[in-house]
Ligand binder design. Structure first.
Ligand code: COA
Length: 558
């Protein structure tokens, strides 16, 4: 074992560079060539590799320090192999480079001839098609495309990133040589590119800063192939691929957005299965650092463990959104908190609960006759009797007769939680979204009491006056769209409840009584249930029982 200094290797001509990220800490074990830290010049991000395998004793620099070739950045206790320090070896570890933007010259210089762009072909006012070719890739060949940063139809500015390629040493974004519109993308993610390969086709407006020639004004395909980066033979003279910075907004970049990160960080994200387009970079120019990846993964794990609202749900990839504005006018509005919470709850229930829906038509002809007969009494009491109290009462009876519906599942502990109370939630449509107040001890209440209480809770929901306690503790939910319409629907179980009754609009239908058709008022019921807790036979029993109870409401008294 011997200690050796870790020194800054040749930086390809760069003088002082800034340390932008420390990739290891004292005590970390590293392999030879593992990246130790990242420095950034105005042209490139460079990962300084470990000179050998061993344990990091200390790092002698911090983020923001400026270092140059030969500076000591740390000390490693090598675990064997070469005892040579970087300085002595004469075989310096190669710095891994992520190319950085070089400022586009404001005027042409002799050092940087305009070889990158084909000879201009059009007068202003017209347009031409250009095929963009892969520029020199710093000596690399067959470099895989890891991201395509534009879509067909996109408008790009000169130097906007078109695609990102990544070798085991560097990732770099290939910039557009022109402002224009992407007509056709000629590569796909995973394709391996080398200098000169065709990347995409651009329509370039002649007003876009190109010199005019003597051609006419009709759009033409110039047949020119444009390399964004002309190869001059000298790396320092190359107009290097431009690395684009991410949004500096607080939000992480949108799915599909381009990312700004070094090869080691990308590798870490790949290993951890983290989608880098969802990670907010905290480094310079929103660069994604190792810490950002780790914090993102930690946060995702915590959310999954707590069962909290994860936008994409259970590790399932999120839906990639196109740029809708390409299809027409749009406007964006932030979701209300209630909508966001409801959306997360729906998704969580939908993803966690294996749903089955059982359908039944209840004959409520007699029930409706009775309900209507109570109209005058209701007016006296100031309470409107709708079908809902009957449904509440019937469900309470069914829940007590089939108690397997009055449970919640604790899958972590492998327990079934049986409830000895019957509280039922009612879904209420409000201008602000869906709310579910809960009526307690439905089995102990009469129809008038249930009518009054459900009307009061529904009004409170619409007036945004419900207290949190009034929305908790339900064993089961009724969602009635009967006042609106529809013949059937499949409601989503309001987990951790295990069943929900959907009610659609009652309609008169001919029913065969054995000798003739009779006009009967049928109420469509849809019972969605959690198939882990309830089997199909029990679900059929539950809806049949509801049918019997609603078909002859005297049985509700038994
Ligand atoms: N079939 C036919 N008519 C029905 C019916 C049914 N299944 N259910 C109710 N009606 C009638 C009522 O009798 C009433 O008619 P009337 O005024 O002639 O007496 C009318 O429809 C309106 O009833 P409503 O005010 O909706 O009362 P309700 O007690 O039936 O329902 C709520 C109360 C709170 C459930 C209801 O207002 C509501 O918000 N429903 C929407 C729930 C929802 O959005 N669910 C979707 C969740 S994803």
């Amino acid at each position: 074992m011997s200690e050796q200094e870790i020194r800054v290797p040749d930086l390809g001509g760069a003088d002082e560079v800034e340390v932008i990220e420390l990739l290891v800490s004292a005590g970390d074990s590293v392999e030879a060539e593992d990246p130790i830290l990242t420095v950034e010049t105005d042209k490139a991000s460079v990962e300084l590799p470990s000179p050998g395998a061993g344990k990091i004793i200390k790092l002698t620099v911090k983020v923001g320090d400026k270092v140059k070739e030969g500076d000591v950045v740390g000390v490693i206790e090598s675990s064997g192999g070469s005892d040579d320090s970087v300085e002595d070896s004469g075989d310096e570890p190669e710095a891994k480079t992520e190319e950085k933007p070089e400022k586009k010259p404001s005027s042409k210089s002799q050092d940087e001839p305009e070889q990158s762009k084909p000879a201009p072909k059009k007068k202003s006012g017209g347009s031409r098609n250009e095929t963009v070719l892969v520029p020199p890739l710093d000596g690399m060949e067959n470099v895989p495309v890891i991201e395509i940063n534009v879509s067909e139809g996109d408008t790009v500015e000169a130097d906007d990133a078109l695609v990102t390629v990544e070798s085991d040493k560097a990732s770099m974004e290939i910039p557009s040589p022109y402002s224009g519109k992407v007509v056709k993308i000629l590569v796909a993610e995973g394709d391996k590119l080398s200098e000169g390969d065709k990347l995409l086709e651009l329509t370039v407006a002649e007003d876009g800063g190109e010199e005019d020639d003597e051609q006419d004004e009709a759009p033409v395909d110039s047949g020119q192939e444009a390399k964004p980066e002309p190869k001059t033979g000298e790396k320092a003279q190359q107009k290097e691929p431009t690395l684009q910075s991410q949004t500096s907004a607080d939000e992480p970049p949108a799915p599909g957005a381009k990312v700004h990160a070094g090869p080691a960080v990308r590798k870490l994200a790949r290993e951890l299965g983290a989608d880098m387009t969802r990670i907010k970079g905290s480094g310079p120019k929103s660069r994604i650092l190792k810490d950002d990846v780790q914090a993102y993964v930690k946060n995702q794990l915590q959310q999954a463990q707590q069962g909290s609202a994860v936008a994409t749900g259970s590790g399932i990839p999120g839906v990639k959104l196109p740029d809708f504005s390409q299809f027409g006018d749009i406007e964006k509005e932030t979701m209300s908190r209630m909508m966001a919470v409801t959306a997360a709850n729906m998704q969580r229930s939908w993803l966690n609960v294996p749903h089955v829906t059982q359908f039944e038509d209840a004959d409520i002809t007699d029930m409706e006759a009775f309900r209507k007969s109570q109209k005058a009494a209701g007016e006296k009491k100031g309470v409107k009797m709708t079908p809902l109290p009957f449904l509440l009462k019937a469900c309470a009876t069914a829940l007590s007769e089939l108690p397997q519906f009055n449970v919640s599942l604790d899958m972590e502990r492998k327990e079934v939680v049986r409830k000895h109370y019957i509280h039922i939630g009612i879904a209420v449509d409000t201008p602000n979204g869906l709310m579910v107040p809960v009526i307690r001890d439905v089995d102990k209440k009469g129809l008038w009491e249930l009518a009054a209480e459900s009307a009061e809770l529904a009004q409170k929901a619409r007036d945004k006056k419900l207290k949190p306690a009034e929305m908790q503790g339900a064993c089961f939910t009724i969602t009635s769209l009967g006042g609106i319409g529809g013949t059937a629907f499949t409601p989503i179980v309001n987990a951790p409840e295990v069943a929900i009754l959907g009610v659609s609009k009652a309609a008169m239908k001919p029913v065969w009584d054995g000798s003739e058709f009779q006009p009967r008022l049928l109420l469509p019921l849809s019972l969605s249930y959690d198939h882990r807790a309830v089997n199909g036979a029990d679900a059929a029993r539950f809806t049949s029982l509801l049918g019997q109870l609603l078909g002859d409401i005297r049985t509700l008294l038994l």
